[in-house]
Design a binder for this molecule. Structure first.
Ligand code: MN
Length: 137
C-alpha cells in the first residue's frame, strides 16, 4: 500500500451545484454540539471546482491537507494556497475557495455558527473570474 496516495479522510458526498461549481465533496468530521459552536469537515474540490462567493457570520478557518488551489476575498488578488496552508477568514468578508483549473485541492473547513447560521451563499464564481485568477502571476 502506498501511503503517499492515501487520503486522510473519505471523499464524502458531492456538494450541491446550487452553491458549488464543478465537483466538490464533503466528508463531515465534527458536528456543532453543546460544546462546539462550529462544524468541521474535509472538502475536496476536483480540478476547476470552487465554492460560490459567500460570507460567514463568525468567520471560518481552512487548513489545506492536499493539493493546491485558490482563496480570494472580494476586491483582492487571489491567494494561491497549497497543502499545509492555513487561512483565517474574518466574519462577513465576501470570498471563495476552491481548486485551480489544473489541480485538485482538499481542505479542512472549521466554520463557526452565529445562532444557527454559518454561511450566507451568494453568486457563483464565474468562468471569467475563475480564468482571470488562474491566468494571474
Ligand atoms: Mn468560506
Amino acid at each position: 500500500m502506498d501511503k503517499e496516495n492515501t487520503s486522510l479522510f473519505p471523499k464524502g458526498e458531492k456538494l450541491p451545484n446550487d452553491w458549488f461549481t464543478g465537483n466538490a465533496f464533503l466528508s463531515p468530521l465534527v458536528a456543532k454540539d453543546k460544546n462546539n459552536e462550529f462544524s468541521a469537515g474535509a472538502v475536496t474540490f476536483e480540478m476547476g471546482a470552487r465554492t460560490n462567493w459567500h460570507t460567514h457570520p463568525k468567520g471560518q478557518v481552512l487548513i489545506v491537507t492536499e493539493g493546491s488551489g485558490f482563496y480570494q476575498e472580494k476586491g483582492q488578488p487571489a491567494r494561491a494556497i497549497r497543502k499545509g496552508d492555513v487561512i483565517n477568514i474574518p466574519e462577513n468578508v465576501e470570498h471563495w475557495h476552491g481548486a485551480s483549473a489544473k489541480t485538485s485541492m482538499t481542505h479542512i473547513a472549521i466554520t463557526n455558527f452565529k445562532d444557527d447560521v454559518q454561511v450566507t451563499w451568494l453568486q457563483p464564481v464565474s468562468d471569467v473570474e475563475f480564468n482571470e485568477v488562474n491566468n494571474q502571476k
